[in-house]
Design a protein around this ligand. Structure first.
Ligand code: SAH
Length: 324
């Protein structure tokens, strides 16, 4: 069988997420510290208030994994913003039946959808952590005479001419195109423009588009060959924030960020909240809480490669964490 890389990646990830608890292979921010989800919940509450507090309002998450982030968010919202808590209708976008079952255990009152464009109409607050990086990419390689595309056959790359690509490039350059993310940016921007709201994406990747091969697999916490053992490893690639933002801007959204995750979380109060939680805890627990916050925020750990980007309807004020 020969498959285009994006088709291979989509199939491999669908099989992987259907059959595994991915969190044995990799760890994400909500699994590192409860404060991550709490701050995102309060970000949603604050943004909701700045929209005039529409009731009802859709609070949605794309790719909720184990449901940890949304459970932490809802707890913080119930405590700090009971009016938002009463107004929100919870919707989750998840394709994996196994992960839907995990999510249902923590979030019994949610409604599930396969895709973001299946959400009901109305004002929307959307959160997504490490969702875009799992969406399939295409890869193109530059040769002296033009571009070719990477396809997958029997666990190896093969190349096919891609005469439609006319971008400039130097021989050896690899470019990555994530079509579902660009389509998502476009549809979401139109929706936010028409019915109001905001979407917050946290993910990893460079601030500016540029050539590079970032296609990767994690298995048991270690890098693995992304073409081997399809369905047994999590396949991701860097998010091209610039291309994503551009697609949303072209469709009428206002873009905020990307802001490095460490800066974003610190602005929302990561360390104040962590200190508050650590108070009156045994010294070992207090140290673990602080260490978790540092892991999320320090530039040489998750603080810089991970970034926050918000899409808003153009009438919205600047959301929390993006003001300078
Ligand atoms: N946000 C969670 C999980 C990240 S893993 C966390 O931070 O821990 C990626 C998540 O996106 C998983 O829940 C996976 O099943 C889901 N996912 C991946 N591709 C998807 C797609 N095309 N449509 C819907 N969900 C998808």
């Amino acid at each position: 069988m020969i498959e285009r890389l994006d088709h291979f990646m989509a199939r491999a990830n669908a099989a992987y997420y259907a059959a595994h608890d991915p969190f044995t292979d990799f760890t994400t921010a909500p699994e590192i510290s409860q404060v991550f989800g709490e701050l995102l919940g309060l970000w949603a509450a604050d943004t909701w208030r700045s929209l005039g507090g529409p009731n009802p309002v859709i609070l949605a998450e794309a790719g909720p994994g184990r449901g940890t982030m949304m459970a932490d968010a809802l707890r913080a919202i119930a405590f700090a913003a009971p009016d938002f808590s009463a107004a929100l209708r919870l919707h989750l976008i998840e394709q994996s039946p196994a992960l839907r079952a995990r999510q249902k255990a923590l979030l019994p009152r949610a409604t599930w959808h396969d895709r973001i464009d299946q959400l009901p109409p109305g004002p929307l607050l959307l959160l997504a952590n490490e969702f875009l990086d799992a969406l399939p990419i295409r890869q193109f390689i530059r040769h002296p005479s033009g571009w070719s595309e990477r396809w997958v056959q029997d666990g190896s790359f093969v190349h096919r001419p891609a005469p439609a690509r006319t971008e400039p490039g130097s021989p050896g350059d690899i470019i990555e195109i994530r079509e579902p993310a660009l389509t998502l940016a476009d549809r979401l921007a139109r929706r936010l423009h028409a019915s109001g709201g905001a979407a917050l994406f946290l993910d990893y990747g460079p601030e500016h588009s540029g050539p590079g091969d970032s296609f990767q697999a994690l298995r048991d916490g270690r890098p693995a060959d992304p073409l081997a053992a399809s369905g047994e490893a999590d396949l991701t690639a860097h998010v091209d924030f610039q291309a994503f933002a551009e697609a949303a801007r072209m469709a009428g959204a206002t873009i905020h960020g990307p802001v490095p995750q460490g800066v974003f979380l610190a602005r929302l109060g990561l360390f104040q909240r962590t200190d508050r939680l650590a108070r009156n805890r045994p010294i070992r627990e207090a140290a673990a809480l602080l260490e978790a916050a540092r892991r999320l925020a320090e530039p040489d750990r998750m603080g810089r490669l991970f970034k926050a980007l918000a899409l808003c309807a153009s009438s919205n004020p600047v959301p929390a964490g993006f003001d300078t």
